[in-house]
Design a protein around this ligand. Structure first.
Ligand SMILES: [Ca+2]
Ligand SMILES: [Ca+2]
Length: 409
């Protein structure tokens, strides 16, 4: 039996006591206690270093993220400014083009801008397209006096909406008509007198049917266009009802408030010009398939904006008259178009052998354009900016009607 005085053994004393003693060994207490305390301290130090390292890594990651974010924002801002520069550049090109000639066709400089321009740290691309190369949905109703000018002079969509809502105010229309004098182009001037004749004829014919504002000749064009796209021609009446100011549906396939009030959610017909082609999706009968086919060949310009036969798409030109050539024949005709475009509408009609174009339709044909769309994209480092600008050009200046950043179409 061991004596309590004998050499203590770790197995014979409580663990804590042994630990306090530094783990007695054959080498003695003074030597055994020091490595044990040093081990605890080392573990503590390692733990602190570990935690400090994690904190430092996290801080570094956050800092890198902040630097990255600010760099991207800076590049995006630079790209955005470059697109605004492209807008100014496009306006200069359009103004210069107006000084050189009064016709607009795909062979001109504005239509063939360089595909990409090198800029510091990236590239800039800009493309101008003529907005008057498609069928203007708002021509389905007759343009009120000064209506085109009022839309052209507005600086934003909201202003256009307000002006269109107040179109019944005759005094305001007179003021807008006066403003329109300065904004009329020569192309519009050429079509002015036939336009008045057409309007008076249309007024007489439509008054008899009770539809004062509808333009039957343009509705027929849209019906032929729908037919060529393998869509139901009856959609034309519903589309015309959407923008005419009266609440009476056209016979037999029109659609007014009563057709839209039964839907869920219910809504009313706009009874004012289209502000965007996307509004078509609200019109009765225009489903996704119909919209996808129709959207590329129609546009929403102020009422009275003429169709430029030099830039119009083949299906639209083919729909102008009942004896219109097939789109394939028109494609060939457009390829053989004069190098500097058609000088006047009659030259085109003769070349296309379009002899049944009704007067109200012919009155809204032209060889020049006033409305253009600029698509500009700039890439600077990791930043990217897209700009869409609707530009209006008259004889004296080029103005921005609408501007939006980001993806569109
Ligand atoms: Ca031109
Ligand atoms: Ca209506």
């Amino acid at each position: 039996m061991k004596s309590p005085a004998c050499c203590p053994c770790p197995a014979d004393i409580p663990w804590t006591r042994w630990l306090q003693r530094g783990g007695a060994t054959a080498q003695g207490d003074s030597v055994g206690r020091a490595p044990s305390q040093a081990g605890v301290a080392l573990v503590t130090v390692l733990l602190i270093v570990f935690l400090a390292s994690i904190a430092a890594v996290n801080l570094a990651a956050l800092q890198q993220l902040a630097i990255r974010r600010s760099t991207v924002l800076q590049h995006q801002q630079q790209a955005r400014l470059y697109t605004l520069g492209a807008e100014q550049w496009a306006m200069i090109i359009l103004a210069r083009d107006r000084q050189q000639n009064e016709t607009d066709h795909p062979g001109e400089q504005w239509a063939s801008l360089p595909p990409a321009l090198p800029i510091e740290g990236g590239t800039l691309t800009a493309r101008l397209t003529d907005l008057q190369g498609c069928f203007n949905l708002n021509n389905l109703r007759r343009a009120l006096p000064g209506e085109q000018s009022s839309s052209a002079s507005s600086e934003s969509t909201e202003e256009k909406k307000n002006e269109n809502e107040n179109e019944s105010d005759q005094e305001k229309d007179k003021d807008q008509a006066q403003d329109s004098a300065a904004a009329k182009t020569d192309a519009e001037s050429k079509s002015q007198s036939p336009s008045k004749t057409a309007e008076s004829k249309s007024s007489q014919s439509t008054e008899n049917s009770g539809k004062v504002e509808a333009e039957p000749a343009q509705i027929k064009v849209l019906q032929r266009l729908l037919e060529s796209l393998e869509l139901k021609p009856v959609l034309a009446q519903a589309i015309a009802d959407w923008i005419d100011p009266d609440p009476d549906p056209q016979f037999p396939d029109g659609a007014e408030d009563s057709d839209y009030m039964v839907l869920n959610p219910a809504y009313l017909a706009a009874n004012r010009p289209f502000l965007s082609v996307s509004e078509l999706r609200l019109v009765k009968g225009v489903d996704r398939e119909a919209y996808d086919k129709l959207a590329p060949v129609v546009c929403a310009l102020p009422p009275g904006a003429p169709l430029n036969v030099n830039t119009a798409q083949a299906p639209v030109l083919a729909a102008l008259g009942e004896d219109g050539p097939k789109p394939a024949d028109l494609e060939r005709l457009l390829e053989e178009r004069p190098e500097e475009g058609y000088k006047n509408v009659d030259d085109f009609l003769n070349a296309a052998k379009l002899t049944t174009v009704e007067a109200p339709v012919k009155a809204l044909l032209g060889v020049g354009s006033q409305y253009f769309l600029l698509r500009a994209e700039a890439r600077v480092g990791d930043g990217r900016a897209m700009l869409y600008s609707m530009l209006y050009r008259d004889q004296n200046s080029v103005r921005v009607l609408r501007r939006s950043f980001g993806n569109q179409d």
